[in-house]
Design a protein around this ligand. Structure first.
Ligand SMILES: Cc1cc2nc3c(=O)[nH]c(=O)nc-3n(C[C@H](O)[C@H](O)[C@H](O)COP(=O)(O)OP(=O)(O)OC[C@H]3O[C@@H](n4cnc5c(N)ncnc54)[C@H](O)[C@@H]3O)c2cc1C
Length: 453
């Protein structure tokens, strides 16, 4: 039991999860959560809410596996209030040379790789476990690599018939991030944690922290022993208040969701990623017009892979979600979001390549289509920053990029353990600012793929 006090800046999923594990594991309940808006209302409201344990480095595999363990614990304890399911991540390619991907899987899975990777090369396979039911329990771990077109068509009937290989990551699916946040907030409220609305405008550090908050009724100052920066896209600005520069930047990413009235996407389809780059299938006339306009010519040229699609709203629902994180331009984060009106058409056309039935919607997306987006706050190497941040007692839990929903539990648990000087897992050191003093690790990370899904 600790009587120290903490201020947590940010009530997105990362600030909430940090407070949750401070209170639940370490008994620290003198916590004040501060946010300029309602909980879970900024980046955390825009998440695709997908999770997986597929990463090119064993530290990220261990970190997300730990987070998924904690999510499963919450699903079990709450009667699956977080709507966790597990049909996996299906990565599709028209190539039969997947050596670089298999190497990447081996790098991530380490010594257990041979045991966890299963190849299926015949037209039927008794060892390729079905994914008809959404349940997260009783599903195998590891990866099924399917390299037979007939088997692919049987299991993924909506896919482009040219797909030659499907790499099916089995520990993956989606959850309700909002319900996760609310479950944790209910617990925090029950143990007396306070929450105030206002803009953090200044933080002073002496033998503790004095945080100034511009609230609806004027400025309020708060004293605390610890200061935790979970300000998402504004984490850099909070760090600046303590004269700390964080190596983070923001890129804007978008998604669309719409009612699949035509039943184009099978409800049992796993979260599906088209790995192959493509040129969007514009008509010859459209292509010519795009190429003539310097602002839009890029749309008629080679586009990267990793466009993704999944059913949304459960097996009885009708909605689908599409996303494509092709934007890599670093930008200053803002609270008004720079949605691109062309994005829905671009992502729909791109996703139609893997799921040809989606072409029915080109030029006629339902009017109630939801187009949304948010900031990926990231480091160049796309690893999070969790740990000490400058003066003693200040901590950061940020740069969760496109994986903050799935990693929230492990990130919150780790940050809470560091604040309370408790034992931490092996991956802790790599997520701290100390990693920049390890050139070998940084070389490995910069060389590996960004995986921003
Ligand atoms: C389009 C999109 C799709 C995504 N899909 C997935 C996915 O499928 N799976 C996955 O795991 N992750 C996904 N993510 C990533 C995930 O959503 C984020 O990593 C996560 O939500 C970050 O949470 P956070 O708490 O750090 O940030 P936020 O949710 O942004 O919370 C930070 C909070 O800090 C507050 N704040 C900042 N500065 C101040 C200040 N000065 N004063 C007061 N309050 C302040 C903000 O108001 C905000 O509420 C996606 C992200 C985007 C944008």
């Amino acid at each position: 039991m600790t009587t120290s006090s903490a201020v947590v800046v940010g009530t997105g999923i990362i600030g909430i999860a940090t407070a949750y594990y401070l209170a639940k594991t370490h008994g620290m309940t003198r916590i004040t959560l501060i946010d300029r808006g309602q909980p879970m209302a900024f980046t955390s409201a825009q998440s695709g809410e997908n999770y997986r344990n597929w990463w090119p480095h064993p530290a990220m595999v261990a970190f997300t596996n730990r987070s998924i363990d904690l999510l499963e614990e919450i699903a079990r304890d709450s009667g699956n209030r977080i709507n966790m399911n597990r049909r996996g991540y299906a990565l599709a390619t028209r190539s039969d040379n997947i050596d670089p991907l298999v190497t990447q899987l081996h790098d991530g899975l380490g010594s257990r790789a041979d045991e966890l990777i299963r190849f299926h090369r015949a037209a039927s396979s008794d060892t390729y476990a079905p994914f008809v039911a959404p349940d997260w329990e009783g599903v195998p771990d590891g990866v099924d690599i399917v390299q037979n077109r007939a088997l692919i068509q049987e299991r993924f009937p909506g896919y482009d018939p040219e797909v030659q290989t499907v790499i099916h990551i089995r520990r993956g699916g989606d959850i309700s991030g909002q319900q996760l946040g609310m479950y944790m907030l209910d617990f925090l409220k029950s143990v007396g944690v306070k929450r105030i609305i206002g803009d953090v405008t200044d933080i002073a550090c002496d033998d503790g922290y004095t945080t100034t908050v511009a609230g609806p009724d004027g400025d309020v100052t708060l004293r605390s022993d610890y200061l935790i920066n979970a300000a998402g896209p504004f984490a850099g600005r909070i760090a600046d208040m303590l004269d700390v520069t964080l190596p983070v930047y923001n890129t804007f990413q978008q998604k669309i969701a719409f009612e699949d009235r035509e039943g184009a996407i099978p409800r049992t389809m796993p979260f599906s990623i088209d790995l192959d780059g493509q040129q969007i299938a514009w008509t010859a006339e459209e292509r010519e017009m795009l190429l003539e306009d310097p602002e839009f010519a890029w749309l008629a040229q080679d586009m990267p892979g990793a466009i993704h699609c999944r059913p949304d709203g459960g097996d009885a629902g009708k909605w689908v979600k599409l996303g494509w994180a092709y934007n890599e331009k670093p930008e200053q984060a803002s609270t008004t979001l720079p949605l691109d009106d062309n994005f829905p058409d671009i992502v729909l056309r791109g996703a139609s390549r893997l799921n040809p039935a989606l072409t029915k919607y080109i030029g006629q997306l339902p009017r109630a289509m939801h187009h949304y987006g948010g900031w990926y706050t990231m480091t160049e190497e796309n690893w999070p920053l969790i740990g000490a941040m400058g003066p003693p007692g200040a901590f950061m839990n940020c740069a969760l990029s496109g994986f903050g929903t799935m990693a929230a539990c492990a990130a919150g648990e780790l940050c809470a353990a560091l604040v309370c000087d408790a034992e931490v897992p092996d991956y802790a050191a790599g997520f701290s600012l100390d990693r920049y003093d390890d050139p070998d690790l940084m070389d490995v990370l910069r060389a590996s793929s960004k995986g921003v899904l």
